[in-house]
Design a protein around this ligand. Structure first.
Ligand code: NAD
Length: 366
């Protein structure tokens, strides 16, 4: 078992990571249930794990109510937020209660946001069931829904009281989804830890093939890295948390071009975006070309896209840059880019010339 503490003063919490944890979750949840009914929110694809969790709670004498929502990004909507908050109010959820979010980033983001506004804020616990949610979205307290104007535009910072991560639940997750989450694992190496990137090169294929010990190690490592960054800059005001956006500005443009659809999953867009960020850094003479090639080679070797062609994006550089201008990270007319001086040496550059970005993208093979 690994326990990572997210140090945020009075809002600090533990992230517990252990194979088989779901079946033992009652040990951690019972004190938070306070002898009351515990609400568990999940989606239809996560039902097998819901049964395990409810069984464990029931064995420990904790009553639970399940709210099962439709799967998919469209669940992060005003309509579902209304439906969910009404259901939680019907259940009589109080401020001191803890709602359990059992699912991927969609469930985590929606439940977290609902709990940030329910009775002006109630507690919640993240039990992430996708690799992406386990290494990224369940930790750090960013919550949101999507609107007509774009993704994640309405939300709040609301930290969970506890995060329980069981890598065994990934056994039912489709490989494509595991791979997309793995892109975020690689990201932690590329941000500031060349040794961890080398670990990914050595172990990524076996991890994706299902090696449980490697998965647990990668999750614990990634959570510790995210916890450190979040503790330094909870609300992304001092720049440090922005490092977590490596690959996201390029990736956002690709996702937008793909219509934020299953054609290109978020993690796949981040993978291509990281390869492009390194490629652009090398083209500007900031990073060695060999490092950019190494990043692309690793992503390619595990079946992740390493550029526009592999992501099936045919749009021009100018069209992709236009998508970037709708990025919510735009700040008074400038768009911060995550660039790199080498593997594990990323930094924020707020003076990137967008014409140069478009020209670079036009050279990337389609
Ligand atoms: P998701 O929640 O849609 O899950 C992907 C798919 O896997 C869904 O169909 C889901 O039903 C299914 N699923 C989940 N767990 C399963 C399991 N164990 N077995 C079988 N199927 C399972 O997507 P995601 O990739 O987990 O998260 C993407 C979302 O996370 C996006 O909305 C994104 O904006 C958000 N996100 C948030 C943050 C943050 O900091 N809050 C960070 C990154 C991404």
């Amino acid at each position: 078992m690994t326990i990572v503490r997210v140090g945020l003063g009075t809002r600090s919490y533990d992230v517990v990571i252990e194979a088989g944890l779901l079946a033992r979750a009652a040990e951690h949840l019972k004190p938070l249930a306070r002898g009351r009914v515990m609400a568990i929110v999940t989606d239809e694809n996560v039902r097998p794990h819901l049964d395990v969790l409810r069984g464990a709670l029931s064995d420990a004498g904790v009553e639970s109510e399940a709210i099962v929502l439709p799967p998919g990004e469209s669940t992060k909507s005003w309509a579902m937020l209304e439906h969910l908050t009404d259901r939680l109010l019907d259940l009589g959820i109080e401020r001191g209660d803890h709602v359990v979010a059992l699912g991927g980033g969609v469930i985590g983001d929606l439940v977290g946001f609902a709990c940030s506004i329910l009775k002006r804020g109630c507690g919640f616990v993240q039990v992430p069931t996708t690799l992406l949610a386990q290494v990224d979205s369940s930790v750090g307290g960013k919550t949101a829904i999507n609107t007509r104007a774009g993704k994640n535009l309405i939300g709040a910072f609301h930290q969970p009281a506890l995060v329980l991560i069981d890598p065994v639940v990934l056994e039912t997750l489709p490989l494509r989804q595991v791979r997309a989450g793995y892109a975020e694992v690689v990201k932690y190496g590329l941000i500031d830890d060349a040794d961890f990137f080398a670990w990914c090169e050595a172990n990524g294929a076996a991890l994706l093939a299902g090696d449980l010990a490697l998965r647990e190690h990668a999750i614990a490592y990634s959570v510790a890295a995210k916890a450190r960054i979040v503790a330094e800059d909870e609300r992304e005001t001092r720049g440090r948390r922005a490092l977590l956006n490596l690959g996201h500005t390029f990736g956002h443009a690709l996702e937008a071009e793909a219509g934020f659809s299953d054609r290109l999953l978020h993690g796949e867009a981040v993978a291509a975006g990281m390869a492009l960020a390194y490629g652009f850094s090398a083209a500007k003479g900031l990073a060695p070309q060999a490092d950019a090639a190494r990043v692309a080679a690793h992503l390619r070797s595990v079946g992740l896209p390493d550029g526009l062609a592999a992501a099936s994006i045919v749009a021009s550089g100018e069209v992709l840059v236009a998508h970037m201008l709708h990025d919510k990270k735009m700040d008074a007319g400038t768009l911060p880019f995550l660039l790199a001086r080498g593997i594990g040496q990323s930094f924020v550059d707020t003076s990137v010339d967008l014409d140069a970005v478009a020209a670079f993208l036009n050279l990337d093979p389609r």
